[in-house]
Design a protein around this ligand. Structure first.
Ligand code: ZN
Length: 353
């Protein structure tokens, strides 16, 4: 009999602090983790005043020397600049205090600097806020890079509730899109024998269901709604930690969105695009696509091409080319992708365009 030789490393966040006013406890939390700094606080133009400066002040008051760096979009240049600052200040911990791009810069800086990183999201727009992967803008679109799982997450609902509601709705859509990502994964497992983790899949599905079963409670200016979305995104991030890849939270609907990023950059938020993608991919899977559409509509996320600010032809082009986006990730799009006719039928049948 063969000896059992399977092994796997899963890295999870160690401390997750969620709730009203928890930013005030950030110095205490670093103490719990035996991190005495110095700390580099990576923040954004807009999030600086909202939480970045406050985080640095709370750390300094708590006896942890903190330096603040304001970063712009998530590019290689931004990472290099933050890395230089981390080295200059001999940072023992990196904090990302901001939205998606800030967190991406912070986690890649931490990965390259070899220091732990703490995620302090100021919006809940996608599950990258909690996941070990980072997306970096490159000339050929955005690339997903191996980074670090956060050592801790500090999600202050009192801060996040001040972000535009649109970002929260996009976060809901990113979680909901796990429904089709998991179906794609199951398909690849059955058809190609791809390694599959039922535990990771259940977590990813739970993340989607937490939103779909509670759409009534997701409204603007409501911290309870933020709490729910943050929890769902954390569960989604954990599913990726268990899988060791983005597989449970990123399937054909993400490939569609990434292709749309290439064809029509900057039209809509990541979560908004994957949500619309998920409606269409659920249709292809023969599943309950109306449930996805209705949940998105209920939370106020886009369900049509027009709401994504993209025309019908671009949506169809993105559908036809989506399978090329990650050729080694097998999904419902198959090896050859959709034919143009099938893509036209798909957008018509689902009312996307
Ligand atoms: Zn996503």
């Amino acid at each position: 009999m063969d000896r059992f030789a399977k092994s796997k490393l899963m890295t999870f966040p160690r401390e997750v602090l969620v709730g009203h006013g928890v930013l005030d406890d950030v110095a205490w939390l670093l103490g719990e983790l035996n991190l005495s700094g110095p700390a580099l606080v990576v923040t954004g133009e807009r999030t600086r005043a909202l939480a970045g400066e406050r985080a640095a002040a709370i750390l300094s008051k708590g006896g942890i020397p903190a330096e603040l760096i304001v970063t712009a979009s998530a590019t290689q240049a931004s990472v290099e600049r933050a890395l230089a600052a981390a080295r200059a200040h001999k940072a023992g911990v990196i904090l990302g205090v901001g939205g998606g791009s800030v967190i991406d810069v912070a986690k890649l800086t931490a990965f390259r600097h070899g220091a732990p990183y703490v995620s302090v999201p100021t919006s809940a727009s996608h599950d990258g806020l909690t996941s070990p992967r980072a997306s970096i803008k490159e000339e050929a679109g955005s690339a997903s890079k191996e980074a670090k799982a956060p050592l801790a997450i500090v999600a202050d609902t009192g801060v996040i509730v001040q972000a535009p509601y649109r970002t929260l709705a996009a976060g809901c859509a990113d979680a909901i899109s796990n429904a089709t990502a998991v179906l794609d994964w199951k398909l690849a497992h059955r058809l190609r024998g791809e390694e599959y983790s039922s535990f990771a899949a259940v977590l990813a599905e739970t993340s989607a269901n937490m939103i779909m079963e509670n759409v009534e409670s997701i409204k603007p200016n409501l911290e309870e709604a933020v709490w729910l979305v943050v929890k769902s995104l954390i569960v989604s991030g954990v599913s990726m930690s268990v899988a060791g890849s983005s597989r449970p939270a990123s399937g054909s609907e993400h490939m569609f969105s990434h292709t749309l990023d290439l064809l029509a950059p900057g039209r809509a938020l990541h979560g908004e695009q994957v949500g619309v993608g998920s409606i269409m991919m659920m249709y292809l899977h023969g599943g309950d696509w109306r449930r996805i559409r209705d949940a998105l509509a209920k939370v106020g996320a886009p369900t049509t091409a027009a709401e994504l600010n993209v025309d019908r032809k671009t949506i169809i082009d993105a559908l036809v080319r989506a399978h090329e986006n990650k050729p080694d990730r097998y999904t419902i799009l198959g090896d050859k992708g959709l034919s143009r006719d099938a893509a036209e039928d798909l957008v018509r049948a689902t009312g996307v365009a």
